[in-house]
Write a protein that binds this ligand. Structure first.
Ligand SMILES: CC(C)(COP(=O)(O)OP(=O)(O)OC[C@H]1O[C@@H](n2cnc3c(N)ncnc32)[C@H](O)[C@@H]1OP(=O)(O)O)[C@@H](O)C(=O)NCCC(=O)NCCS
Length: 227
């Protein structure tokens, strides 16, 4: 994949999340500031410059956020050993400008990632969102909603000329037990305008993951018409 650098002026959108002030009091992950975490106008959501793919610490921090988030919420769907993503996957997404990242910008020009969402075009009018995660310490403060909204606005600006734009995402559901987090997550997506359009056996698409599943699993595809 061709690599092309974008400078800071190419940042697509900046969002200040002023509600996130001193929300943090628990122990923090390596690489994040000591508590209390003062978050304010220096948090932005952006498609980082493609050169971020070569920043090993940035990529590793994103991998850790995603894998920790999915292990936490899907640790009962997958057996130990399953990891949602890798450094290679994240570097590829950053190189192709397919990952929106919420990060705290430091005075020295660094970025400390706090959450992300992938945005992959599937055609002229459709995009799939995924790898959606926020550091555990900040959840419930609206950062996830802001990331989702950013991704939708990005799709509208990239695909809007072609007519109605649709975003879709897949939510994994175990069939052998009730999963309160997934039920809450689905309700949240539906509150934000998503509708379930398909149930599909996860193993039809990912048979190689069968040994890692704790039981029968389906994913529900949700989609939202943006215009
Ligand atoms: C999904 C995710 C990115 C949302 O991030 P977030 O920063 O918590 O998002 P928000 O703060 O906008 O909150 C989302 C909703 O969850 C609710 N919520 C968040 N944390 C909660 C908690 N601990 N208990 C109950 N509700 C909670 C919020 O109240 C909000 O619902 P509301 O708008 O009805 O009030 C985050 O939960 C996450 O990282 N999950 C793990 C990975 C994952 O499941 N990804 C999605 C796969 S499809």
């Amino acid at each position: 994949m061709a690599q092309h650098d974008i400078d800071a002026t190419d940042i697509i959108s900046r969002r200040s999340i002023t509600s996130l002030i001193s929300v943090h009091s628990a122990p923090v992950r390596d690489g994040l500031p000591d508590p209390p975490m003062k978050l304010g106008q220096d948090i932005i959501i952006e498609i980082p410059p493609t050169s971020a793919a070569d920043d090993e610490a940035f990529v590793a921090a994103l991998v850790e956020i995603i894998n920790a988030a999915y292990t936490e919420t899907e640790g009962d769907i997958f057996k130990p050993g399953y990891l949602r993503t890798s450094g290679q996957d994240i570097a590829t997404l950053l190189r192709s400008s397919e990952l929106a990242v919420a990060s705290q910008h430091t005075s020295s020009g660094g970025r400390i990632p706090l959450g992300c969402i992938s945005i992959q075009k599937l055609g002229e009018t459709r995009a799939e969102l995924g790898l959606f995660a926020v550091v555990a310490e900040l959840r419930g403060n609206g950062l996830g909603r802001d990331l989702l909204e950013f991704a939708e606005q990005h799709c509208l600006s990239e695909l809007g000329d072609s007519g109605a734009v649709v975003t879709q995402l897949n939510v994994l559901f175990p069939k052998h037990f009730e999963h309160p987090f997934k039920i809450r997550l689905q309700k949240w997506y539906m509150k934000l305008g998503y509708q379930i359009v398909r149930h599909r056996d996860f193993l039809l698409d990912y048979p190689q993951l069968a040994p890692l599943l704790t039981g029968p699993t389906e994913y529900r595809m949700l989609e939202k018409k943006l215009v």
